[in-house]
Design a protein around this ligand. Sequence first.
Ligand SMILES: [Zn+2]
Length: 362
Amino acid sequence: MRLIDYIEKLIEQDIKVIPIKSFGKSYREAKEPLIPSGFKHTNYKSKDYIETACRLTRRTYYLVKNKKIAAFGLLGAINEFIILDFDRDKFPCSKYEHLFKALSKELFVERTPRGGFHAVVKAKSDSDLHLRFYSKLGEIDNKTFGYIISHPSRLFWSGKVAKYLKLEDSPDVWDTSYLDEVQAYLDLLEIEIYRGVKLGGVRANKSLPVYDFGIDELDNKQLIALLYLIAREIGCKGLAELYRAWFEKGIIPLKNYVYANNRGIHFTFEVTTLGILKTIGLSYERAVNFVREVKYVDGIKETSPENTSLRNVYAYDERNLVVRGLCPFCKNPCIFTPLSKLLMNIQRLDIKLLRRVLVELH
Ligand SMILES: [Zn+2]
């Protein structure tokens, strides 16, 4: 179906959409929405928001008809859609492609140009819009209070084109199923649904703060040096020594002497390291690249991006797995773990300065 016909269908079904720039110098620019600033999707019940959404829907139609744009954004909450975004970097999309194909028999499922999936579920009530979705397999972005670029949109930039296409058997978005009709499929993707706070089986976790010290631009070696400086500053000598050896030899002198099949100390080291980096602002994308540096003297390496520590720290935010108890890296055990010491000292530590020193010495 041509884009203009699809938009007409959406309007017939009273589905609200927004225009997307569609053309640009970069993919990022082409993806930009054409919406007024302050158009907040959490205001989905307010008269102003609804009026603006109606106006933007008409504008999308006009712009598509006149070939000014080739893409649109499908809004979530105002259309009573729950929108789940499975990003290839955060969720093993290709591994579970067969499940998404099965899901697409009942739900509107589209493939994104980057190899991820968007799934749209119809909400039965307002409270369905506020559900939270977790999966043990990876991270799910909930775009219900936002939008997704949607089938059959296309983006154009510097001679390239990206297509958003629903899967072959997938219903159109206005025919997508209700949540309770697809429960069995969601189970296959190990998706658990919570109202408000997480319940049962999953640790109630107090979320820890994240600071942005602009460390994404540091290279992996510089990040290890920064970890060394931080470990010294918070007085974790044992941990600092591990980082120093890692920096100098490219190998972490930690042996997994506990159990052959238990990651024990390795896991603690990684959750500590990634926990520190996440806390001072390392993005998930950079962390994926960083875990490639993890090599232990006993020959064990890390795999990215499906590394368990990475998933615990970034997807589940289980940085507090090791927040309590003794620090396992120091000979005279510290009373607090490195992450709790970092959090206690973060205002005092001049991480921006440490970062600048590293950049300037480079
Ligand atoms: Zn320590």
